[in-house]
Design a protein around this ligand. Sequence first.
Ligand SMILES: [Ca+2]
Ligand SMILES: [Ca+2]
Ligand SMILES: [Ca+2]
Length: 182
Amino acid sequence: MDDITAKRLVFAMLDADGDGVISADEYSARAERVARATGRTTDDPLVVVARTAGRRAWASMDADGDGKVTFEEYAAWAGADAFDTVCEPVLGALFDLADRDHDGRLDLPEFTTLRTALGNPVGNIEAAFAALDADGDGRVVRDDYLASVRAHVSGESSPVGEALYNSGTAVDPAHSGHPGRD
Ligand SMILES: [Ca+2]
Ligand SMILES: [Ca+2]
Ligand SMILES: [Ca+2]
């Protein structure tokens, strides 16, 4: 998978309503969905951390400050540097919401709750979990999860990243620049 394809897959998931831009509400809804799915209250300190990191990430993506993140803005922004400074705190905070016993590991039901709330199809989640759980102990380690997503958005080969983000809707021709039939 090339770099631009990998970024398109992530963008398609972030652009939940498929209108071609990631709105602030669309992005912030992710943290709120994970909070709800994990049974946390809106004032839970971990929810506040995730919300704050998410707001910061979205603002840094909207380079021209017009309140919309286009694919061009996202593609120019996404990569290893942005991941390390902005994305990792967001994904780490969301992971922590799902990590009920705070041991830095998620079992399959917890991982499924997290990734479903973030918009992944369940079939992809199970494949990603299996790939991430290298030692087969039924737990996915926080650092392994973050490293795999980092590899995916950095354009490195990442089977886990592909499993997480590749879905039928993500490669919808209507959003990939091909002319439509209508
Ligand atoms: Ca949108
Ligand atoms: Ca913008
Ligand atoms: Ca845990």
